[in-house]
Design a protein around this ligand. Structure first.
Ligand SMILES: Cc1cc2nc3c(=O)[nH]c(=O)nc-3n(C[C@H](O)[C@H](O)[C@H](O)COP(=O)(O)O)c2cc1C
Length: 154
């Protein structure tokens, strides 16, 4: 499932947090397996992402319906989505119940980044662009220009 409500959390151990509605099939899978891949989509995956988020895997085999191309994982059972800017292999580290959702904390066991589109600091936005969700059918890209803050005066 697409999950735009997500955030990096800690560096040691490396963790990310993802909000998952408790009624989703994804939540059911996480409850039983405790593992996932977290895929960072690029802007060419716009329609695919939107389509995947509009039906439930409980009723539809999304892999065949949307001809998803998958990449086998190294440390977890679920595969990744081919073409993603990055694929994070994660294990559930903690879970917090908030209202109608679970806030999952994943420990990132392995990160695979698409060849040639990022350095250790950042995505190279002249080579690819990230798909950022606004609301509903509205998405955004990042402007491919860097802006620098001045060093703080001491
Ligand atoms: C762009 C986008 C972002 C979404 N973000 C979230 C999210 O952060 N958390 C969530 O629970 N559902 C989110 N959804 C809704 C789920 O992706 C949607 O309910 C999905 O069909 C659930 O699939 P599943 O039942 O196979 O798990 C989002 C949907 C879209 C299209």
């Amino acid at each position: 499932m697409p999950a735009s409500w997500n955030t990096p959390l800690s560096e040691e151990p490396p963790t990310v947090g993802v909000v998952v509605d408790r009624e989703t099939y994804t939540n059911e899978c996480l409850e039983s397996l405790g593992e996932a891949t977290i895929n960072v989509p690029n802007d060419t995956q716009l329609q695919l992402v939107y389509n995947i988020g509009s039906v439930s895997g409980r009723n539809v085999d999304k892999v065949s319906k949307f001809s998803l191309e998958l990449v086998p994982s190294t440390l977890v059972k679920p595969p990744g989505l081919k073409g993603s800017i990055a694929i994070l292999e994660g294990r559930v580290y903690d879970k917090i119940l908030v209202g109608e959702v679970n806030f999952y904390v994943f420990e990132v066991l392995l990160t695979k980044v698409l060849e040639g589109v990022a350095d250790e600091w950042s995505i190279d936005f002249s080579k690819t662009n990230i798909l950022l969700h606004g609301a509903g059918r509205v998405f955004h890209r990042v402007a491919p220009t860097k802006i620098f803050a001045k060093k703080p005066q001491t």
